[in-house]
Write a protein that binds this ligand. Structure first.
Ligand code: UDP
Length: 467
């Protein structure tokens, strides 16, 4: 009999392509009968990291590249989440066409879309498919989606006190300044889209697949399930991360350098696939690392005043020339700087790495949890501040430096927090808690672990439609 077929739709950008495909790989690994086709919308030609990654997929996953959206169709100053979402919206006619064609040729049972591709969910209803949203994000974000109406009332109220933490049931209390960026301007398109996305993702699909695991966000998942009452079903299917980062020319240099360092002595510094610092902040970070005396491996981006500037690619060669004069030379025995990209997973797996100064993108958060590496939390954009709150106040596996009155993290503060994580008794306690989470993550993925069970439940639902 023909194998049941699942169609997935990621959003443009490396970190909205890889997680949903890694999820598909794990589903296929555990439940061999399914086949997957991935319909890929993109903004401009896909970056080399995405292309290399796609070439590594197993033959049970096919992919179809849609004609790329021209960058002129997306306003240059649009918020990053809007850019991603517009990349999908402009591709909808092509997505529909490919989906209908697949349904006419194969036994498609379900459509699974990335959270920013939720506009494609309507097609599932028309074609009578099961539908799911995949969130490469925390369960706390799902909870924020669920509470978005309440949150809107709080934020719109004249009596709101920005100093008072916002308490949503099942979530770690969050200060106004740590809300997702879009929530800071209620008249913005980004905020309106946040409200629409929240409503659509929890009202349209049959299920929400969240790349988190029960033991990481137990209370949040428990309360969410209670409140939602099975409509849609919540599946905590994580932690799903790549087994290795895509290969890159900086890789060998980083790993050979790490080989010569003491166990747990190096701080890895990286701001995800596109996070970028201003020139002033980048200088403070350089001086702060130098001042701390801690060994570091820093993935450096050319500075920009837009924190997400590198998200859709950038010029690697440019990056290092923006570092303070003489920095590379002065720190040659202390640190290694590499331009633009490094094999993060291999680095976090390396025994010499003992800390991760991280922008708290959710993939990086999961990678540090799975590898047991404690964090210096340095959120930049989107929902990263919420992740930082979860790591710092909720799970207590991170330290977070404070910005000064000009919104800059000064070098002394950076040096203090970095040394605190790598060398103090407080840092040692944080390391122990992270080790505990690492073990919990590994258990969740075992045969009878919470994540494996969630996937089995999903597979049973998919088979239900099939038989
Ligand atoms: N990454 C990498 N090398 C780099 C920077 C990032 O391999 O130099 C990978 C990292 O391992 C993670 C992803 O890119 O899987 C970044 O995702 P995340 O959600 O942390 O942040 P985003 O890029 O979405 O801001």
């Amino acid at each position: 009999m023909e194998n049941p077929h699942i169609v997935i739709v990621p959003s443009p950008g490396f970190t909205h392509l890889v997680p949903i495909l890694e999820f598909s790989k794990r589903l296929l690994h555990l439940h061999h009968e399914f086949r997957v086709t991935c319909i890929i919308p993109s903004l401009g030609p896909p970056p080399p990291s995405s292309q290399t990654y796609l070439q590594s997929l197993p033959p049970t996953i096919n992919f179809i590249f849609l004609p790329p959206i021209s960058k002129d169709q997306v306003p240059e100053h649009a918020h990053i989440t809007q850019q991603i979402q517009l990349g999908v919206t402009h591709s909808l006619p092509h997505i529909h066409q490919e989906l209908k064609s697949l349904c006419s040729r194969t036994r498609v049972v379900a459509l699974i879309v990335d959270v920013f591709a939720n506009s494609a969910l309507d097609f599932a209803r028309d074609l009578k498919l099961l539908s799911y949203v995949y969130l490469p994000l925390s369960a706390m974000i799902v909870s924020f989606y669920f509470h978005s109406k309440t949150l809107d009332q709080v934020l719109s109220s004249k009596h709101m006190d920005p100093q008072e933490p916002i308490i949503l049931s099942g979530c770690v209390p969050v200060h106004y300044s740590d809300l997702p960026q879009a929530c800071h301007d209620l008249s913005s398109d980004a905020y309106k889209e946040f409200l629409i996305r929240s409503r659509r993702c929890l009202s349209l699909p049959d299920g929400v697949l969240v790349n988190s695991f029960l033991e990481l966000e137990e209370e949040t998942v428990r309360v969410l399930k209670e409140q939602i009452r099975g409509k849609p079903k919540i599946f905590p299917v994580g932690p799903i991360i790549q087994s290795a980062s895509v290969d890159h020319k900086n890789g060998l240099e980083c790993l050979t350098w790490l080989d010569k360092k003491e166990p747990s002595s190096v701080l890895y510094v990286s701001f995800g696939s596109g996070g970028t610092l201003s020139q002033e902040q980048s200088d403070e970070l350089a001086f702060g690392l130098e001042l701390s005396g801690v060994k570091f491996l820093w993935v450096v981006r050319a500075p920009s005043n837009k924190a997400s500037a590198g998200y859709f690619g950038g010029a690697a060669e440019e990056s290092l020339r923006f570092l303070p004069l003489g920095f590379v030379d002065r720190t040659k025995n202390q640190g290694l700087v590499v331009p633009f990209w490094a094999p993060q997973i291999q680095i976090l797996t390396h025994r010499s790495v003992g800390g991760f100064l991280c922008h708290c993108g959710w993939n990086s958060v999961l990678e540090s949890v799975v590898k047991g590496v404690p964090v210096v939390a340095w959120p930049l954009f989107a929902e990263q501040s919420l992740n930082a709150v979860l790591l710092t106040d909720g799970l207590k596996v991170a330290l977070r430096p404070k910005v000064n009155e000009n919104g800059i993290m000064p070098r002394e503060e950076i040096a203090k927090v970095v040394s605190g994580l790598m060398r103090s008794a407080e840092g040692a306690d944080i390391r122990k808690r992270m080790e505990h989470l690492k073990n919990a993550a590994s258990k969740a993925l075992e045969e009878d672990g919470s994540s494996t069970m969630a996937l089995s439940e999903l597979a049973a639902d998919l088979r239900g439609l099939w038989h």
